[in-house]
Ligand binder design. Sequence first.
Ligand code: FAD
Ligand code: GLY
Length: 398
Amino acid sequence: MPRAPDAIVVGGGLIGCLAARALADDGRRVTLFEQGFELGRKASTAAAGMLSPQMEWAEDLLVEGAADLARRTDVMLDLGIAARARWPAFAAALEAETGRRLHYREEGTLVVALTDDEAAELEARARMQRRRGLRAEWLDPSRVRELEPGIAGSARGALHIPDDRQVDPLPLMAAVAEALAARPGVRIETGTTVRAIVSAGGRVTGVAIEGGARGEGGTAEAELVVLAAGAWSAGIDGLPRPLAVRPVKGQMAALRPGTMPIRHVVGGRGAYCVPRDDGRIVVGATVEQAGFDERVDPAAVEALIRAAAAAVPALADAPVESRWSGLRPGTADDLPVLGEDPELAGLLYATGHYRNGILLAPLTAEIVAALARAEHPPVDTAPFAPTRAGLQGPAYRE
Ligand code: FAD
Ligand code: GLY
């Protein structure tokens, strides 16, 4: 039997893997349990890989616009901007460490307006973002055509966000898994499901597990447990209170146009398009409350492609290379769950990252590592506390 680790990480998606890596970098012995047979095969490789807090913020407000939503999206925007700032150094370090290319790109995003109402909304968003000190420029139709001739000639303009980024989640996850496996002090146990958090006297003592190298069942001890089980986080027993994390399905497609019509990530009403270095364009994504159903519905994907083609016409007849889906870990207020449990010492939450888990992963790992050292995290985690009022609702179990 291996010696008890200092920390256990539940879940081997991008969030769990980077948290485990950060804990190991602090000299801790870490065991990561992943119920699947490979790391990162759930939301983390289903994602589009946009590192685009400004685009997400503009789109959310475009669709909904309520006052409370505005406050929440402001909190998310600040978190997202802090997270985005980590990416250049994070990507460079991971590429240098593994020798793998992540296809991290810095062209920025364009949010296209196809109607006059959308143009007015997006122009207002550009002004609001500039007032917050962010770069956001409204482009009239002629400047859109200059910058990105592949965008529909009927576009009424576009919000240009030069500082948003993107990364390809598949090579990213491969590099992260390789870097983690090479870390001294890290043990990765795939095919192993964590059934429950185990505690005594208000402190975490470990987890109850099933499957994998440990056989039918047993416990693993540690004084620190990081809950990073994505959309499945609420299904783990032994939490101090129900955790309102729920699956939010996203369906996607990869298209391969004959020539690449865009350089920027292009967003718009109903779809986004992410150009990849290998000639594909990833089109996403549906947002569905469908429980843990991960099946792909060709009709839903077809509707996405139509929405994408309204902004980038070359996509209308581009061959569809693949379709897939993933489950985002959503919460009632769309904010992640980050921080230590106030009633169960040693239980750290790193879940509920919803539509931004790729963007937020390096920052989340820093937060986890700081909390494990009993230091102030690099950003205020109070709005993301597991006990916050906005985190209400049923606990979803598969
Ligand atoms: P996951 O990657 O789902 O990993 C959780 C892991 O925990 C899984 O491997 C699972 O098997 C394991 N697990 C679950 N329960 C247990 C258990 N009991 N025991 C052991 N292991 C367990 N984010 C962005 O930033 N930019 C984007 O452009 C973007 N696009 C997206 C598009 C789509 C279609 C989807 C679905 C998501 C997108 N996201 C995006 C969101 C992002 O993918 C997620 O927020 C992020 O991947 C969450 O990472 P995670 O590690 O928490 O979850
Ligand atoms: N952030 C993109 C998505 O979740 O679809």
